[in-house]
Structure formats: structure tokens, C-alpha cells
Design a protein around this ligand. Structure first.
Ligand SMILES: [Fe+2]
Ligand SMILES: [Fe+2]
Length: 289
């Protein structure tokens, strides 16, 4: 299954031609038969992505709250509409990732422990971090997810790595990350966050991601009783080769250019292809899963 409901789209001339922010509800078919190593049949790559998926529900709640702290300062209805659509998209991502994460339990992933871990530290950051840094962290995290989205949508060979259901799921998330990539960034001006605070917030995010991400990733690896075999090496190398580490790194680094704006990076061709094969132009209300 895939998109079962669409919500009104937010449009703006701040967005590139052909792009709007449209929240869509993603509904899974069955996750029952999903393979344990759903990414390239690689234990390491799958647990790395599982770690991200586990961080997404508490992480996206942080993103929503960081943006909401500045929402009241926006009076332009069009800009308000973009923020509302961003919040709805991230809320829908949280629900879908919660469902996906629960399905990992059958493979021995301690979903509750890891979710609680991320919630605890992200909640701590939310209580103690200045609003400006929170927003800076979110703007940077949105750049990270949009960078990942380029790699996923603009490379047809990714289909070789994912199972069909996980590919649809991650592609849907990638599409919406691209659509709202500049929402938090555009609030930086409103919050009077200049280049140095923006870069400082990005460095804080990188530090937290490496620290907490590594802890969870190593625990997922340790808890998995399936031994690493020799096959892991070609499988992991295949994932890295297909994902294209260098183009992704180059795009990631663009954030550190003074004067950078997320829409300096043109939307990938794959976005249009996704629209062509997934959008009918009709608004969907809930349809049976
Ligand atoms: Fe998201
Ligand atoms: Fe996002």
C-alpha cells in the first residue's frame, strides 16, 4: 500500500516551480514478511538505518516544537501555511516510523529501550537549549534529510537495495523532506540567526548525532545474535557504492557556505518522476488499507 490520504497542499512563490508542500498519509501493506536485513541484505547498513528510523519519532517532534516557538511571529498567511504543512508532514512521518519501528521488534530490536533513550536526550535538549539553537539544529537536520532524499530519489539503482515496501516508505518520506527542506531555514532570519549561529547549531547537531547515534547503532549490532559472515563485506560495499557517498558528502558540505539557501540545490529529477507515478491530481480521503 502507499498513499491513502492527501491533505491540502501549501503553495508559495518561495518554492521552486512545480513544488508545493503536500502532507500525505502513508499506509503500509504488510510489514510481516519484511526481511530482517531490509537494506542491501547487510546487517551493518540495516542497523545503521534502523538507528535513524528509531531517532525519527522523537527527533521530528523536536523539529516541530522548534518551529512552533517562532510560528507566532509570522503574520504572512502564505508563510503560515507552509509552516502548518511542514508540521503536518512531520507528524505523519512520526506515525509511519513508529509503525515501521514496531515491526523491527520481531527481529529482536529493543524498540522501546532505544526510543526511550532518544526521547530522554532529545527531551533534555528541548528543555535546556535556547530556542535559537533548537531552530538552528532543526534547519541543519532538514538539510541532512533533504541530502539523503536526493540520494534516494535520484538513483534508480537504490531499488536494488530496498525491499519494495521499504523503498516506497523511504521514498515517500524523502519526497516530503524535499518539499519542506527550507521551512525551518527560512525562519532563521525571523529568529535573527546569522551565519555563525547557524554553523554552531550544525556542529552541535553533528556532535549529538555521532554520540547518540553510535551508542544506539552499537547496541543494535550487539543485541543481534546473527553472526557477521564474509558475505557482509560485499553486501555493505554494494550499499555504499550504490548510495554514492561522495556526491552526498559534497551536498552535505554546501550547508557551510556563507549565503547558502536550501533551494540553491535544485530539486532532483527523481522528484518529478515520483509525482508522475504516485499522484493522480485527485485529493484522496481515507481509503481502505
Ligand atoms: Fe520527516
Ligand atoms: Fe523534515
Amino acid at each position: 500500500m502507499t498513499i491513502t490520504r492527501t491533505f491540502p497542499k501549501a503553495e508559495s512563490d518561495k518554492l521552486p516551480e512545480g513544488i508545493s508542500i503536500q502532507p500525505r498519509k502513508f499506509t503500509f501493506g504488510s510489514l510481516e514478511s519484511e526481511p530482517k536485513y531490509w537494506l542491501g541484505n547487510s546487517k551493518i547498513a540495516t542497523h545503521f538505518e534502523n538507528m535513524f528510523s528509531l531517532a525519527i519519532p522523537p527527533g521530528e517532534r523536536f523539529f516541530i516544537r522548534s518551529v512552533q516557538r517562532y510560528e507566532d511571529q509570522i503574520t504572512d498567511p502564505e508563510h503560515k501555511g507552509l509552516i502548518k504543512a511542514f508540521i503536518l508532514q512531520e507528524g505523519l512521518h512520526r506515525s509511519a516510523h513508529n509503525e515501521f519501528n514496531s515491526s523491527l521488534e520481531k527481529h529482536g530490536v529493543n524498540v522501546e529501550r532505544e526510543t526511550t533513550f532518544f526521547e530522554k536526550y532529545i527531551g533534555f535538549a528541548e528543555r535546556h537549549m535556547p530556542s535559537k539553537i533548537m531552530l538552528g539544529v532543526t534547519a541543519f537536520a532538514e538539510h541532512l534529510t533533504a541530502t539523503g532524499a536526493h540520494s534516494l530519489l535520484d538513483n534508480p539503482r537504490q531499488a536494488e537495495l530496498y525491499s519494495p515496501e521499504t523503498l516506497k516508505f523511504w521514498q515517500w518520506h524523502a519526497v516530503e523532506e524535499l518539499e519542506h527542506r527550507a521551512v525551518a531555514f527560512d525562519l532563521l532570519k525571523v529568529a535573527k540567526i546569522g551565519y555563525f549561529s547557524r554553523v554552531f547549531s550544525a556542529l552541535v547537531s553533528i556532535y549529538a548525532l555521532i554520540l547518540f547515534g553510535t551508542i544506539v547503532f552499537l547496541r543494535l549490532m550487539r543485541d543481534d545474535p546473527t553472526k557477521l559472515t564474509r558475505k557482509e563485506i560485499p553486501n555493505l560495499l554494494n550499499v555504499l557504492r550504490i548510495m554514492g557517498v561522495w556526491p552526498t558528502t559534497k551536498m552535505f558540505l554546501q550547508y557551510f557556505k556563507p549565503g547558502f539557501h536550501p533551494w540553491d540545490i535544485a530539486p532532483p529529477q527523481g522528484l518529478e518522476n515520483w509525482y508522475a507515478s504516485n499522484e493522480t491530481g485527485d485529493e484522496l480521503t481515507d481509503t481502505p488499507a
